[in-house]
Structure formats: structure tokens, C-alpha cells
Design a binder for this molecule. Structure first.
Ligand code: ZN
Length: 152
């Protein structure tokens, strides 16, 4: 079907329909973020966050889409004000802590990890790691260490 005919018979969504769809997606995202942040805050005394340079990551095309989609900064904002409301702590670690590349079991620094490596095995102690779980354990360790809470 030619473009003109398709337009005539309203085969394409109108600007208004597209705007409505965008609004619906934004509302769903906002709702999801509110539910998740409320749950995280109610179930935990403290939440450790790694400071990420989102603007730098957006320059990486592979990461850009997924970061923009989750609206990381609005998620963190909600987490922060809800922590304040309910007297919970947000602990932050610096962006230069190699949370992904350090084995949480033995501390080995695996410099060969790339973005494509979702799972890896520590060459030193043999522990198997899921990239995100290992990083989360390390972020918790770094954050507690920074607060001098480890070993108490
Ligand atoms: Zn190890």
C-alpha cells in the first residue's frame, strides 16, 4: 500500500496516539520504580549503591539503550527519599571500585572480564560467579568496609 493511501485509511498511529503510548510507558515505569523502591526500603536497613557515571555509559551504544530504559537516576532518587522517610541508610561506593572484576571469595582481581562475560570462574580459587551477584556482594563489602562495619 502506498504511503498516501495508508495515511488516508489511518494505517499509522496519529501523533496523539503516539504521545498517549509514551505517557502510558512512562506511567508504567514510574509505577514499577515506586513498587520496587518501596519494597527495597521496607525489606532492608541499608542499601549499598555503586556510583555509576551514567553520562559516560550512555556514550557506549551497547549500554545506552538499557540504561536509558530503566531511568537509573529517577530510580535512585526515589530510593534516596524513601530511605530518608523511613530512616534507612543509603551507602555509596566510588565508581572506581572494581566490583565486577574482584572475586568475592578470595579477592583475586580478574582483569580479563569484559562486558560480554556474564559468568566467570575465578582462576585463583575456582569459585563460579554470576557477574551481577558477584558485583553486588562486592559492593556490599566495599560499602560496609568504608563504614568500618566489617568485622564488628
Ligand atoms: Zn577467587
Amino acid at each position: 500500500m502506498c504511503m498516501l493511501k495508508a495515511y488516508k485509511y489511518r494505517m499509522y498511529p496519529t501523533k496523539q496516539q503516539i504521545a498517549k503510548l509514551h505517557e502510558k510507558i512512562a506511567n508504567q515505569r514510574n509505577d514499577f520504580q515506586h513498587k520496587l523502591t518501596s519494597r527495597l526500603i521496607s525489606e532492608n536497613q541499608a542499601i549499598a549503591l555503586e556510583t555509576l557515571t551514567v553520562s559516560g555509559m550512555l556514550k557506549n551504544h551497547k549500554l545506552a539503550q538499557s540504561i536509558s530504559d530503566v531511568s537509573w537516576s529517577s530510580f535512585v532518587t526515589k530510593l534516596e527519599y524513601k530511605a530518608e522517610w523511613y530512616g534507612k541508610s543509603i551507602l555509596r561506593i566510588g565508581q572506581f571500585e572494581p566490583s565486577t572484576k574482584i572475586c568475592n571469595v578470595c579477592g583475586y582481581h580478574n582483569k580479563n572480564i569484559t562486558l560480554a562475560d556474564r559468568k566467570w570462574k575465578c582462576p585463583d580459587c575456582g569459585a563460579s560467579h554470576d557477574r551481577d551477584v558477584n558485583a553486588a556482594i562486592n559492593i556490599k563489602k566495599f560499602a560496609l568496609n568504608k563504614q568500618n562495619l566489617i568485622g564488628i
